[in-house]
Design a protein around this ligand. Structure first.
Ligand code: CAA
Length: 261
């Protein structure tokens, strides 16, 4: 495939085991047009298979993480073509990645931009980040998970405010509401997200994926089913070399050597 034009991908961190994807369409505040989304999907799919990568960070610029789906691209869309063309159905890749994905958000994370951030496993935000679902102001509604993920993260009342007014939510408030895990000065958020990625990449890649899968099940299952799923995966860790190595290394007071087996 040809080199991407609207994203930049590099391997960063001391061991170069964190992939940093920068959304890079500055003139349109990283509006998520078809080309950008397909480049992002392709990059994520190949990084998910790349054994040198233990975690993925997605960021934008200091001005915008992403200002949403490309409004100009969809102005003339009609119901029949969005329905039969499965419009936005290819936007789910971020949530299908097995490795941990961290969003490092500065500036605007609006509409689809915020929805992409919320598909990530962890959100770190810069102090000036702004989150929101402004779709209502252009006569539509969120189409990539906004109405559902805000409710699960912040409860119905706040989710309704966000989706029915289009008002922007500050980084601090997003943190108080549980959307964001930490807030940093603008120039530090990407570095902190990479450090977090490095810390996760130091663990067994295999077990990290199991832990991620178990946490994600909390969104889908009843508590009883979720606890059962967790217990079974926990049992399954005892079928891995890395579990044996982790516990042996602890007893021998040394660092574990993971094989992802
Ligand atoms: N789509 C297309 N172009 C966009 C865009 C978008 N979502 N957001 C910004 N741009 C473009 C602007 O049109 C402008 O381009 P020109 O210079 O060619 O005019 C450029 O980016 C800079 O934007 P502004 O001049 O508007 O910058 P600002 O600082 O005055 O305002 C902003 C910033 C508040 C983010 C404003 O750009 C804005 O409101 N953007 C639209 C946000 C939005 O409604 N997003 C939801 C989209 S729908 C969606 O995402 C559906 C879904 O669920 C998937």
């Amino acid at each position: 495939s040809t080199a991407p034009e609207m994203i930049k991908v590099e391997k960063v961190g001391e061991k170069k085991n964190v992939a940093l994807i920068k959304l890079n369409r500055p003139k349109a505040l990283n509006a998520l047009c078809d080309q950008l989304m397909s480049e992002l999907s392709d990059a994520l799919r190949s990084l998910d298979l790349d054994t040198s990568v233990g975690a993925i960070v997605i960021t934008g610029s200091e001005r915008a993480f992403a200002a949403g789906a490309d409004i100009k691209e969809m102005t003339d869309n009609e119901f029949a073509s969005t329905f039969s063309g499965r419009f936005l159905e290819n936007w789910t890749t971020v949530s299908e990645v097995k490795k941990p994905v961290i969003a490092a958000v500065n500036g605007f994370a609006l509409g689809g931009g915020n929805e992409i951030a919320m598909m990530c496993d962890i959100i770190y935000a810069g102090e000036k980040a702004r989150f929101g679902q402004p779709e209502i102001k252009i006569g539509t509604i969120p189409g990539a998970g906004g109405t559902q993920r805000w409710v699960r993260a912040a409860g119905k009342s706040f989710a309704m405010e966000v989706c029915l007014t289009g008002d922007q939510v500050t980084a601090q408030e997003a943190k108080e509401r549980g959307i964001v895990s930490k807030v940093f000065p603008v120039d530090q958020v990407v570095g902190e997200a990479v450090k977090l990625g490095e810390k996760i990449a130091d663990q067994s890649p295999l077990i990290v994926q199991m832990a991620k899968e178990a946490v994600n099940k909390a969104y889908e299952l009843t508590l009883q089913e979720g606890l059962h799923f967790e217990r079974r995966l926990f049992h399954a860790t005892f079928a891995t070399k890395d579990r044996k190595e982790g516990m042996t290394a602890f007893a021998e007071k040394r660092k574990p050597q993971w094989e992802s087996k």
